[in-house]
Structure formats: structure tokens, C-alpha cells
Design a protein. Structure first.
Length: 389
């Protein structure tokens, strides 16, 4: 409200200002949300390396919980004695942003909110175990969707064939994978494991690959229906891409205040949720355009020297310049071009400070070699410390 008044709008009483956060604003932001989602879905894809070899695009599905005021418990009951809603997001890896989402009471289970239908045909799916079910895997087979998910602990994966891994003894096809591990038939000796398995039984039996990859924390096991030509470590790398939606959730909350909603009516809550996620979509599309403008590595293993634009940095810059950006929409001609180029320069300056220390999995899949930065000299560390102070 303070920012609204400082931008030159006519002042009204606090109660009058709050009254605007009702059904008309909700409908307005629904329309803005729909335009943003439609525009995002129309953008060219960026699918480096193995991401573009088997599917049209990879979509990540995930949810995040938003705590609400207690007045909303009837409409949005949480898992306990509180109010909360869940935002179920469908995130395109190729575009780098959310392309669909919907809301539900936080008390509801995640699984029913991921429905595989014709819109998923030819795509790849990455999701966490909250959405995993036999029904989901059968739907993926029906609609030609490739998936990579973690293996649930209580799922009985029956091994029919071991393509890779150390097989210490013969076994009866159809033996439970956990039993083969316990008996030492399959050895976890640091090699990758690639086995054909079945889940469920009867007419609803599912055939899949079970892939095991050693990591610093032990073996990670995945289920996938990708072709055997996709190596086990590549399957693991594809699942690591799921972290991109976690970064997007952080953008929603840390930069666009999705976890600071204090509204006390359902229309106002939904309006603010739509505003937060739409803001994140626009920021992600700016960073996506920057990625598209960068040439791919001239050769695999080429050294990257230019840091990527950082979505959270861009979001903070937009927040700082919000009033100036709003005024720029009133400009035309050369004055408008000059102002927008000025903003673009500000955005390009917001690069990822950790791009050398923690390069993204997407940069790694593009084929860049990213060397760790050199340690700062004593003089440089002292200068940085004085600036931070």
C-alpha cells in the first residue's frame, strides 16, 4: 500500500485499500496468470545434452505448502490445527519456468493431483515420491510418457534380468530386489546396477528398469522406462534436474513472498498466490531468454568464463526498480528503447555468485567445463569484508 501511494496513486483509507483484495482482483490476476502461462508455454526450448535425446521436454511436478491465517481453516485445512494450501506446480525444464499450477487444501494427499493425460504425451516426468504410485506409472505407459522417480521403500520390485552390476549367483526370475541384496546375489560394490523389474501383478503388472548409482551417501535407486541406451548415470543426472523446481519454489517464497500471505479471505489469498507465481514466471523467462542468447560450448569440455544470470538476483533487482519499470510502460519511441536497455543492463549484471563453486546440473549437461575460482588474496578478502560490513 505504501509503495502504491508513493507511485503517485490517489490515497484512500486503509480499509478501502484492503477492500480491493476481493473477487474482482482475483479474477484480474487469474487472467494475468493465464496470459503468463500461455506465453511461457510458447517459448523455444533449451534442452542440453541428454535432456533432449528421448523426449520433447521434461516436466517436473512438485508441491509446496503455504501457511495461512486461521480464519481460512474451513476452506483450506492444513494437516493439523492450522490453515494451509498447497500449490501443485508443473515446471518445464526446457523453458525453465512453471507452465501450469493449481491449488488444493494442504490436508489432501499429493498423489491425486498429478493426472497424466493426453497433454503429457511425448514428454518426460520427474517427480518426488509424494506423487508416485502404480497408477501413475501405468498412466505413463498409456500416454507414452518417460519417467524417472526414486524407488519407494515399500514397493516390491521383482527382478527378471540384470543387465549391469555384479551378479554373485544365479537367481529365480521374479525374486524381490531387496531379497537379492540381502542374500548377496546383487553386490553393492561401487558399480552401477541396471536391472529389468516388474511391479504389481496380474493385468496391472508394470515393467520398468531399476537403476542403482553409487554416490557419496550410498546407492541411489531409480525407476524409469527410458530405453537401455540411456546409461544409469545419465538416468541419475536426469533425476538431479528435479532440483530446478526446488530453486523455483525458493524464488516464489524468498523473493515474491509466497510464504508471507496474511490475507484473511480466500479470494485475496488466491490473488496473492497468483501474483507471486506470475512474478516468478516473468523472472524465469528473462533468465531463459539470456540462456538462449548464449552460444553453446564450441566443443565439449570448453571452459565457461561468463557467469549465468541468477533468477533471484533479477527478482530482487526488479523489486527495487518496480516503480521505475511501471513508469517505463508510459514511454514510447527512442525514450522507451533507452529505458528498457537500461533495465536489461541491470538484469544482466545479476549473475550467479556460486556458478564456479556449485555449477548447475544444466550447465554440466550442456558440456561446459567450469573450473573452481581462484582463492581470493588477503587484500581482496579484506576489501570484501569491509564492503559487507
Amino acid at each position: 500500500m505504501k509503495l502504491y501511494f508513493e507511485s503517485g496513486a490517489k490515497k484512500v483509507a486503509r480499509g478501502g485499500f484492503y477492500s480491493w483484495f476481493g473477487v474482482p482482483l482475483e479474477r484480474t490476476l487469474e487472467a494475468v496468470r493465464d496470459r503468463a502461462l500461455s506465453f511461457a508455454a510458447s517459448q523455444p526450448l533449451d534442452l542440453p545434452g541428454a535432456l533432449g535425446s528421448e523426449v520433447k521436454d521434461w516436466h517436473i511436478f512438485d508441491s509446496m505448502t503455504v501457511a495461512l491465517e486461521r480464519e481460512l481453516m474451513d476452506e483450506y485445512p492444513g494437516a493439523g490445527d492450522y490453515a494451509a494450501l498447497k500449490v501443485h506446480k508443473r515446471y518445464s525444464v526446457g523453458v525453465g519456468t512453471t507452465v501450469a499450477f493449481h491449488l488444493s487444501p494442504a490436508r489432501e494427499h499429493d498423489a491425486p493431483h498429478l493426472v497424466i493425460d493426453e497433454s503429457w504425451r511425448g514428454l518426460g516426468l520427474l517427480c518426488d515420491l509424494g506423487y508416485a504410485s502404480h497408477r501413475l506409472l501405468r498412466a505413463c505407459e498409456e500416454f507414452d510418457v518417460r519417467y524417472v522417480i526414486r524407488l519407494k521403500e515399500n514397493w516390491k520390485a521383482r527382478v527378471t534380468h540384470i543387465a549391469r552390476g555384479r551378479e554373485a549367483a544365479t537367481f529365480v526370475p521374479g525374486t524381490d530386489f531387496d531379497d537379492l541384496l540381502a542374500a548377496g546375489v546383487i553386490r553393492l560394490d561401487g558399480r552401477v546396477i541396471d536391472a529389468d523389474v516388474t511391479l504389481g501383478g496380474g493385468n496391472s503388472r508394470i515393467t520398468a528398469r531399476l537403476v542403482g548409482v553409487p554416490t557419496e551417501k550410498g546407492y541411489c535407486f531409480y525407476l524409469t522406462n527410458l530405453a537401455p541406451r540411456v546409461a544409469p548415470r545419465t538416468v541419475a543426472d536426469l533425476y538431479r534436474v528435479r532440483w530446478e523446481i526446488e530453486l523455483d519454489n525458493k524464488l516464489d517464497k524468498s523473493c515474491h513472498r509466497l510464504d508471507q500471505i496474511g490475507a484473511r479471505t480466500a479470494p485475496a489469498v488466491r490473488a496473492l498466490v497468483y501474483a507471486s507465481i506470475t512474478a516468478s514466471i516473468l523472472v524465469c523467462l528473462i533468465t531463459h531468454r539470456d540462456r538462449l542468447s548464449q552460444a553453446p560450448p564450441p566443443r565439449k569440455g570448453a571452459e565457461r568464463t561468463k557467469p549465468p544470470v541468477h533468477a533471484q538476483g533479477v527478482a530482487r533487482m526488479i523489486a527495487v526498480a518496480a516503480v521505475s519499470i511501471a513508469r517505463a510502460f508510459q514511454l514510447t519511441g527512442e525514450a522507451a528503447d533507452k529505458e528498457w536497455e537500461h533495465f536489461a543492463g541491470l538484469f544482466r549484471h545479476e549473475t550467479d555468485p556460486n556458478w564456479r563453486r556449485r555449477p548447475s546440473i544444466l550447465d554440466q549437461m550442456r558440456g561446459w567445463r567450469i573450473s573452481p575460482g581462484r582463492p581470493l588474496s588477503k587484500k581482496a578478502r579484506a576489501a570484501r569484508a569491509s564492503v559487507n560490513c
